[in-house]
Write a protein that binds this ligand. Sequence first.
Ligand code: URA
Length: 215
Amino acid sequence: MSAMGDSIGNAHAMAANAQSLAELKAALEAFNGCALKRTATNTVFADGTPAGGILFIGEAPGRDEDRIGKPFVGRAGQLLDKMLLSIGLDRNVNAYITNVINWRPPDNRDPSSEEAAQCLPFLRRHIELAEPQLIVLLGAVAARHVVGGCEGIMKLRGRWMEYRIGGYNVPLMPTLHPAYLLRQPAHKKLAWRDLQAIATRMEEIGLPRVPMRAN
Ligand code: URA
C-alpha cells in the first residue's frame, strides 16, 4: 500500500478504536499520518458542549487556534460566538465546535484533499461519538469535504441535507464561514437567514436554547 493509503488506513483504525470523545482526542494526538502536525503547535480537537445536540464544523485551525489548541478562538471565532448567541447557543452551554482539519495548514493555506482524507476518519468518528441532532457546516471547505460534489457554497448554503451515521440521518445545513463574513459583510444577511432556519429546526427537534442577552 502507498504511504498515503497507509496513513488513511491508520486513521480509520485509530478512529474506530476510540470509544469516547476523550479516547478519540488521545488517538488524534497520537496520530502521525498527517504532515500538517509537524508544523503545528497544537492538535485542535473541539470546543464546547456536545450535550447541546448541535455541532458546527469549520475548516482548519488558524494562528490563534494553533496557539491555544481550541477551534474558533480568533476574530472569526468571536463572530461565530455572536452568530450562535443570536439563536440561543453558547459554546459553554449548548453548542459543540470542531473542524475538518485538526492542525493548522502553514500560512493558513487551503488544506489539500490528501490532508482532508487523513483527518476525515477522525471527523466521522467524532460525529458518531458526539451524536449531534443537527450539524452546521461552516464554509466552502467543510462543505466540500463533508458533503462532497462540486457545487459551491453559495449554492449549498441554506439547504437542508442529511448526514447518515450509525444507522440514522442527521439534518445538516451548510452556511457561510464567519471569516468570509468578516471579508464580505454584505453577505451577513444570507447567514442570518440560515441561522433563522437553524433556530426553527432546533425548536422543532426540541433542542435547548439559552436565553438571549440584550446588549
Ligand atoms: N476558521 C476555521 O475554520 N476554524 C477555526 O478553528 C478557526 C478559523
